[in-house]
Design a protein around this ligand. Structure first.
Ligand code: SF4
Length: 121
């Protein structure tokens, strides 16, 4: 097993303090976290380094060719964002649409739904 030591720096975005959190990895595993002012920063930095997550904000086509703004209900693994975009490029949504309505369930097999961020008649 590799015991290479690596260091990564993450800016915590959980609150406006924006702590710069230093993560030390030994052989790919977290060996130390510092710089965070609270526990939330530890959790954020761990996720960001091991499996970064992002909310996907994009558009999908309506059947009449308009572009409907949408976003995922929860963050997805960053590594699956491209797969999600590819799936969403095939979606055609039928009007009317209400804000918050699920327009595509379980995107990229993540269990996360894509919802409309505006209503359209
Ligand atoms: S570590 Fe805590 S205090 Fe610092 S930015 Fe993150 S949430 Fe805010």
């Amino acid at each position: 097993m590799s015991t290479a030591i690596e260091e990564k720096t993450v800016t915590c975005i959980v609150c406006p303090s924006g702590c710069v959190v230093r993560v030390v990895l030994k052989g790919g595993k977290i060996a130390g976290i510092s710089g965070n002012m609270c526990r939330k920063g530890t959790d954020y930095a761990k996720t960001e380094v091991i499996n970064p997550m992002r909310i996907l904000t994009t558009t999908v086509r309506m059947e009449d060719n308009r572009l409907l703004p949408v976003k995922t209900e929860r963050p997805l693994p960053k590594a699956l964002i491209f797969d999600a975009m590819k799936e969403l490029s095939h979606v055609r949504v039928k009007a009317p649409v209400k804000i918050g309505q699920v327009v595509y369930p379980n995107v990229a097999d993540t269990g996360v739904n894509v919802v409309a961020t505006r209503s359209w008649k």
